[in-house]
Design a protein around this ligand. Structure first.
Ligand code: ZN
Length: 238
């Protein structure tokens, strides 16, 4: 395995066009649970699976329950960037990393200092009125009760892509361009089974595709380098 780390270190050393594409595993090492991992807690407290609650139709039909789940499970409190976020920010500052493309919604890459971050699923740190589009701070949801309302009467919602809403097309095409033109593409902390984001890997045309994930993924055979270790343990060494 150390040989693989050495190879990754060398590819990073030689490149000024690295793109990182990260999944939930990047955030779990900052103590943020993957909301998709259904545990006993969900079953006790919620009558629906997370995917149902975080969907557009559920949000419209049952906003009280949506916000109960949202405040409890998706609002980030006291999380700090970990070594993965910090190292990626350094690599960008050194002119080696072009962008971070993330499926996470916690803003930790920016907190670590990354500038070019594409948040495919939005961010809990941005909120807005669904009727008049007025922006609101995250506290307007996290520190309120029930269904948060704008002065205009509209519902204040997080700028987070719910199921059924699709991805922002501008962000998606930026991500496609970055991946298509990347020299080194590092994919970390995702099992690569959630579409459409997982389909982005297909746009890569280079020969330095790196997959870092604790467990095997269905796409391991397509990668030029596979490292089955915790992301933090890898980024602490490259
Ligand atoms: Zn409004």
């Amino acid at each position: 395995m150390d040989k693989n780390i050495e190879t990754l270190r060398q590819w990073i050393e030689e490149s000024d066009n690295i793109v990182f594409f990260g999944g939930a595993g990047v955030s779990t090492e900052s103590g943020i649970p993957d909301f998709r991992s259904v545990d006993g807690l969900y079953n006790q407290k919620y009558r629906f699976p997370p995917e149902t609650i975080i969907s557009h139709s559920f949000f419209e039909r049952n906003p009280e329950e949506f916000y109960r789940f949202y405040r409890e499970k998706l609002v980030i409190r006291d999380a700090r960037p970990n070594v993965v976020h910090r190292r990626l920010a350094e690599l960008e500052a050194e002119g080696k990393l072009r962008a971070v493309i993330t499926q996470n919604i916690d803003g930790l890459h920016q907190a670590a200092g990354s500038k070019n971050v594409i948040e495919l699923h939005g961010s809990t740190l941005r909120c807005y009125c669904a009727r008049c589009r007025r922006p609101y701070p995250p506290e307007s949801i996290s520190e309120s009760e029930g269904v948060p309302r704008c002065e205009c009467g509209g519902v204040i919602r997080p700028d987070v892509g719910l199921y059924e809403e699709g991805l922002d097309q501008g962000d998606l095409s930026k991500a496609v361009d970055l991946i298509r033109n990347a020299d080194v593409l590092i994919i970390g902390g995702t099992s690569l089974v959630v579409y459409p984001a997982a389909g982005l890997i297909n746009y890569y045309r280079g020969n330095k595709l790196v997959l870092v994930n604790l467990s095997a993924t269905p796409r391991d055979s397509e990668a030029d380098l596979v490292i089955h270790e915790k992301l933090g343990a890898v980024f602490a060494r490259v």
